[in-house]
Design a protein around this ligand. Structure first.
Ligand code: ATP
Ligand code: MG
Length: 414
């Protein structure tokens, strides 16, 4: 049955995948907590409007990537393609304006109808942070530092480069926009269809195009840094100085415009060349106009999101650090006693796998397969003497311990 496969671009996460996944999420959560971020969760679907108005009518996400549907009662809903708009919506509907500054962390699935490739899925997962209510460049620095430290803690900071740019304030972007229109218009016919549509509606987006012809033209286009007004230049200078002060290296990339329309001033990406074409692992920027655009009180914001799948591919194989013990009873009486023993050990916080059936060699194989540190072998003969055999699965050494002191015998494996 063909439809019994996962939908194109979606994935089952089996335990070995989930371990990598959890390692990424748990590490990030712990690290951003050091910066004061606390976890929240917003719904996986929102009114379509939440994304339409905020991500911008010209962004790839809105024009072709959203999973939208009409509910039975005629409401238009969308599976969230990202979480910043959801957090902004939450900020407004929960009336959080009086509580700024707010620092939120989130983790969860996102949905975009993209062409699936390695590191590019239709259901993928993101972790991210949002710092709401702080206009100062110190917030940008702290947010970038949190991302930097998370990547460091995951052991992959050396595989990435931090690219940094400023999109300036609205005035600067408008001046730049005019310059881009002047530059691209004579080359209109060389642009892709997408590029031409972007020229009309949002020429900045041409710089983010993945089309070859667009990119070649964009390479010669005017650069935004020449159009930043004084305020924007100062802001950007302060972000750079702040990063240098705390020892975070970066590279200025004047072409970095990001995929979503709500960004202004600072934008940044941690990129790697270890994942082929899908090189961006953690990306974000400042979005001062977003909450106002959605109808909330003007509230500045800055944040980032990172792809969990891409990070999970980069980190070392995560090893579970708590030992697993397998109990292997032989004979019915031993099997009954084994249940009690398993519960006693679990009372002590040990991970215990009980072999329910099969001969000893099959049960031993299973103990190996689940990575047990030791097997506890309990036959009727052992039971009669109130002892159990503890077999070290690594060395094969076996020793006998009183059933009343199993915990002590297992201490060497902890
Ligand atoms: P890209 O240029 O790779 O399409 P983007 O600009 O669309 O990225 P963002 O919307 O900023 O990405 O999302 C932040 C991060 O989420 C990305 O850097 C990436 O790690 C991850 N991500 C985005 N889209 C996908 C996807 N379809 N599958 C897997 N991870 C993704
Ligand atoms: Mg994208």
């Amino acid at each position: 049955m063909a439809h019994l496969k996962p939908v194109r671009g979606t994935h089952d996460l089996l335990p070995e995948d989930m371990r990598q996944h959890r390692a990424v999420i748990d590490t990030a959560r712990k690290i951003v907590r050091l910066y004061g971020f606390e976890e929240i969760a917003t719904p996986i679907f929102e009114s379509t409007e939440v994304f339409h108005r905020t991500l911008g009518d010209t962004s790839d996400v809105v024009t072709k990537e959203m999973y939208s549907f009409e509910d039975r009662n005629g409401d238009f809903l969308t599976l969230r393609p990202e979480n910043t708009a959801g957090v902004a919506r939450c900020f407004i509907s929960e009336g959080l304006a009086q509580k700024v500054p707010l620092k939120y962390f989130y983790a969860g699935p996102m949905f975009r109808r993209e062409r699936p490739q390695k590191g590019r899925l239709r259901q993928f997962h993101q972790i991210g942070i949002e710092l709401l209510g702080v206009a100062s460049p110190a917030a940008d620095v702290d947010v970038i530092a949190a991302g930097h430290r998370a990547l460091r803690s995951l052991g992959i900071i050396d595989k990435t480069v931090l690219e940094l740019n400023s999109l300036g304030d609205r005035e600067s972007r408008n001046a730049y926009r005019d310059a881009l229109i002047d530059y691209f218009t004579p080359h209109k016919n060389s642009l892709s269809d997408d590029g031409r549509a972007r020229l009309q509606r949002n020429p900045l987006r041409i710089l983010d195009s993945k089309d070859k012809a667009d990119r070649e033209l964009a390479a010669e286009a005017p650069v935004l840094s020449d159009y930043l007004n004084e305020g924007s230049r100062n802001f950007f200078r302060n972000v750079q100085d702040g990063l240098m002060r705390i020892g975070i290296d970066f590279k200025i990339n004047t072409r970095l415009v990001r995929g979503l329309d709500y960004y202004g001033q600072t934008t940044f990406e941690f990129v790697t060349d270890a994942l082929g074409a899908q090189g961006t692992v953690l990306a974000g920027g400042r979005y001062d106009g977003l909450i106002e655009l959605m109808g909330g009180a003007p509230t500045p914001g800055v944040g980032w999101a990172a792809g969990v799948e891409r990070l999970a591919m980069l980190i070392d194989k995560y090893k579970e650090d708590c030992p697993v013990f397998a109990i292997i009873p032989m004979g019915q009486k031993a099997a009954d006693r084994a249940h009690m023993l398993a519960e006693e050990l679990r009372d002590d916080g040990l991970v215990v796998d009980l072999a329910y059936a099969g001969n000893v060699s099959r049960r031993m194989k299973r103990a190996n397969r689940i990575g047990a540190s030791a097997a506890l072998i309990l036959g009727d003969e052992e039971l009669a003497r109130n002892v159990v055999q503890i077999r070290d699965m690594k060395t094969g050494n076996q020793s006998e311990t009183s059933l009343d002191a199993v915990i002590v015998g297992l201490n060497q494996f902890r």
